[in-house]
Design a protein around this ligand. Structure first.
Ligand code: 13P
Length: 337
């Protein structure tokens, strides 16, 4: 592949239906995922699991980028190959999560994502290690009086400051304003919180002169709250998500890569496919899934090396299904193949 600048990096990642494998779980989050299959979260186990994923046959042609955690970008496979090189050999670009997590805003339930201190030095180091793109996740909660304007504004300003610094260091920023699906709120409440967040985000990106053509957006879909008694169906989720994106996202943005956020793997695929079947938007609409790509592979692995092949098959299958969804060519009958 010949990729000469950051605009081409952003376009490559979402080209031809490709999407992103989010494998950037922090060690505590990885610990929670491993707890669910009874595996201890050691440095070697995390390496073995991720090496196995990155070597899956279905990475090639379906996955354009992999988001890594600081530990992983430095790790070598058992045979001494850098994991970053395994990813490159699959035709995917390595990326890195660079935020430092969430800090409470005063004594409220809301948070602001931190990590701007020392970011310039860290970016230089990651670029030298071969990272081509980065990720920063802001978290917005829906609840009584939430989200507040202060929470939205401080998070979106930090995202824009991060994005500018990343481009100055020759990498593509993924900006991730995640409105959580936790709660009993309605789909209208989710639309409203997502709309306010995206408006603020693109105003801050513009104020910082961030190059939108070299940026990827990683948003939530517009969904009913996970414990709401009324659950919007696939078509409604697809239509409301598209309405919200069309109202806020500039047409020069090359790609929107959704997070899965706790949706089942099939729901995440079905929603993405429904949006691409509706069509009529200027961006590539693709995926940057963590749980929705990894969950079946994690379960099939169970920490046992002898399960590597069935686990890799499970990841390959979800990667392929989501590629079809990014092209609007998926149907649920393909899940049985
Ligand atoms: P999920 O798809 O599991 O939400 O993870 C994506 C991600 O990278 C969250 O920051």
């Amino acid at each position: 592949m010949s990729i000469n600048n950051i605009e081409e990096v952003a376009s490559y990642i979402v080209s031809e239906g490709k999407g992103i494998l989010a494998a950037d779980e922090s060690n505590p989050t990885c610990g929670k995922r491993f707890d669910s299959i009874g595996v201890e979260s050691t440095e070697d186990n995390r390496r073995d699991y991720r090496e196995m994923l990155f070597r899956s046959a279905g990475m090639e042609g379906n996955i354009g980028g992999v988001i890594l955690f600081d530990e992983t970008i430095r790790q070598k496979a058992k045979d001494g190959t850098l994991l970053v090189d395994i990813i490159n050999n699959q035709g995917a670009l390595p990326g890195i999560k660079v935020d430092k997590g969430l800090q409470s805003i005063g004594d409220s339930e809301e948070t602001v994502t931190v990590g701007l201190d020392g970011l310039d030095e860290r970016l230089k180091e990651y670029a030298a290690m071969g990272a081509k793109f980065t990720k920063w996740r802001a978290v917005i909660k829906i609840g009584d009086g939430m989200p507040t304007d202060q929470c939205i504004d401080s998070n979106m300003k930090a995202l824009a400051d991060y994005a500018k610094l990343v481009q100055d260091n020759g990498m593509v920023p993924i900006v991730e304003p995640e409105v959580l699906m936790d709660g009993s709120h309605s789909i209208e409440d989710c639309y409203d919180a997502t709309d306010r967040s995206l408006k603020s985000l693109f105003a801050h990106l513009e104020a910082n002169s961030v190059n939108i053509r070299a940026t990827l957006l990683k948003p939530n879909m517009v969904l009913s709250g996970s414990t709401s008694t009324t659950q919007a169906n696939i078509q409604e989720v697809a239509q409301r998500t598209l309405d919200c994106l069309k109202a806020n996202v500039p047409s020069e943005l090359p790609g929107i890569t959704f997070l899965s956020g706790g949706q089942s793997d099939i729901d995440a695929t079905a929603h993405l496919d429904a949006m691409n079947k509706i069509g009529g938007f200027p961006w590539k609409l693709s995926f940057s899934y963590g749980r929705a790509l990894q969950a079946p592979a994690l379960k099939a692995w169970g920490g046992k090396p002898e399960n590597a092949f069935i686990s890799q098959d499970a990841l390959s299958h979800r990667a392929k299904m989501n590629k079809f969804a990014s092209l609007g060519e998926w149907d649920d009958g393909m899940e049985e193949d």
